[in-house]
Design a protein around this ligand. Structure first.
Ligand code: UD1
Ligand code: CA
Length: 436
């Protein structure tokens, strides 16, 4: 992009319609918060500066956002709007925080997680020499949204908030999405002119946009082809709908990449999950953000992979298996009724049905290491920290107590588990590949 870009993200609103104590913009969609999801759309545009306008539970929101953004955006500034007095007031505060920035100023909302990078890119390109470009949409239900006013030639004239609309204006189906790209040098004086003379007594950013048209300047508009993109989240019902739309997008992308998702309707995969080709995801599977799954793996049905889990090529996780911060080596399998937490499983190991790693002692989490080609007997409990050497084996129902190191090739059985014998090391594989 040729012009310098700054982003303003408005997120000071209270969100009382959600009726929950979590700040609205911190509600989760597909593994990240609403506001992180909204800002993810601007990351590829590489803005020089970003200002996030906050107020309610500011510290909580800022901390969460800093953690989830990492260093994906440079020069992020957080400002407290004070008592929110409208979108125009929020942008006034943000412009002060932007300092001497000159260029495109893209305004997005912290509660609109569905907007795409492509749409925002198009909006910025459309501004060209105009003081402002406005994103519009024609949703099925425009209730509550500002209507786009046009003159007889179809030129943009202004935006009327629904509660300030006449009967006639309310019938207009084109609405203001709330996303704008401004010329910083036109925006500053326009903000100075805002007055709170409307039904809500607020400073409306929309009045700044209208002031350009009133001065005879062009205000180009971009209508989104997909009105769901601009849907804001005001209630938990909206949140559920937004989640579904984002979920479909994520699944679609994996499908295009050669991941066989048997039943998209019952598969939950967060954003930020890498999955290799020829991997099969069976129904009713939940995969959390940050998981990495190789090629030719199988996951599910009814499996739960949580953050930090890695499946190397050909690994298999079956029904009623939960894995958290667990690495499954190539070809390793845990096919039934198992919990693996903070565990490293070596290549071709076989985790028998009902195996549990007891990784939590009530205070701390401890690691479990299971070596290559281990054979863990059904119903084993491995109390962490524990180490099973390569090719070792536990008998069915073994309780391997805390701190135990089972040597390579050893067979341990019983409660508490004790060494029974040394295993004959196989030459060609002990069948971890064929047994389950
Ligand atoms: C605004 C637009 C409306 C548009 C709609 C699209 C104005 C005056 N109206 O409606 O034309 O159709 O968005 O969703 O701009 N916020 C702040 N500080 C404030 C007020 C709002 O940070 O003082 C934030 C909110 O947290 C939210 C966003 O700005 O993320 C939009 O606020 P909201 O009250 O939902 O929008 P409206 O003003 O109703
Ligand atoms: Ca409002």
């Amino acid at each position: 992009m040729s012009r310098p870009l700054a982003v303003i993200c408005l997120a000071a609103g209270l969100g009382k319609r959600t009726k929950v104590s979590t700040p609205k913009v911190l509600l989760p969609v597909c593994g990240r918060t609403l506001v992180a999801s909204a800002l993810a759309a601007v990351v590829p545009l590489q803005p020089q500066r970003t200002v996030v306008v906050l107020h309610h539970q500011k510290d909580l929101v800022q901390k969460s956002l800093q953690a989830s953004l990492g260093d994906s955006l440079r020069d992020v500034r957080y400002v407290d709007q004070g008592t929110p007095k409208g979108t125009g007031h929020a942008v006034q505060v943000a412009m002060q925080a932007l300092g001497d920035f000159r260029g495109d100023v893209l305004v997005v909302y912290g509660d609109c997680p569905l907007v795409t990078t492509e749409t925002l890119r198009e909006l910025c390109a459309l501004r060209d020499d105009a003081p402002c470009a406005v994103l519009t949409a024609c949703p099925e239900n425009p209730t509550g949204l500002g209507r786009i006013l046009r003159d007889a030639d179809g030129n943009f004239v202004g935006i009327r908030e629904e509660r300030d609309c006449s009967e006639e204006e309310r019938a207009i189906d084109e609405i203001n999405a709330g996303f704008y790209c401004f010329d910083s040098e036109a925006l500053r004086p326009a903000l100075q002119g805002l007055r709170p003379d409307n039904a809500q007594g607020e400073y409306y950013l929309t009045d700044a946009v209208a002031s350009f048209a009133a001065a005879g300047l062009p205000v180009p508009t971009l209508e989104t082809g997909d009105p769901t993109e601009i849907q804001g989240v005001n209630s938990l019902a909206d949140l559920a709908m937004a989640r579904q739309i984002l979920q479909e997008r994520i699944l679609y992308e994996h499908l295009l990449n050669g991941v066989l998702i048997v039943d998209p309707a019952t598969t939950w995969i967060d954003h930020g999950v890498a999955i290799g080709r020829d991997t099969r995801i069976l129904p009713c599977t939940v995969i959390g953000t940050g998981c990495v799954i190789g090629q030719n793996c199988e996951v599910g049905p009814f499996a739960h992979l949580r953050a930090g889990t890695v499946l190397e090529d050909g690994a298999e996780i079956g029904n009623f298996v939960e894995a958290k911060k667990t690495v499954m080596g190539a070809g390793a399998k845990a096919k039934h009724l198992t919990y693996l937490g903070d565990t490293t499983v070596g290549a071709r190991a076989n985790i028998g049905a009902g195996t549990i790693t007891a990784n939590y002692d009530g205070v701390h989490k401890h690691p479990t290491v299971i070596g290559e080609r281990c054979f863990v007997g059904s119903g084993s409990v491995l109390v962490a920290p524990t180490e099973l050497g390569a090719h070792s084996m536990t008998g069915a129902g073994a309780i391997v107590t805390r701190g135990t190191k089972v040597g390579a090739g050893e067979v341990w059985v019983g409660v508490p588990a004790k060494k029974l014998k040394q295993r004959e090391l196989p030459t060609g594989g002990h069948g971890a590949k064929d047994k389950a």
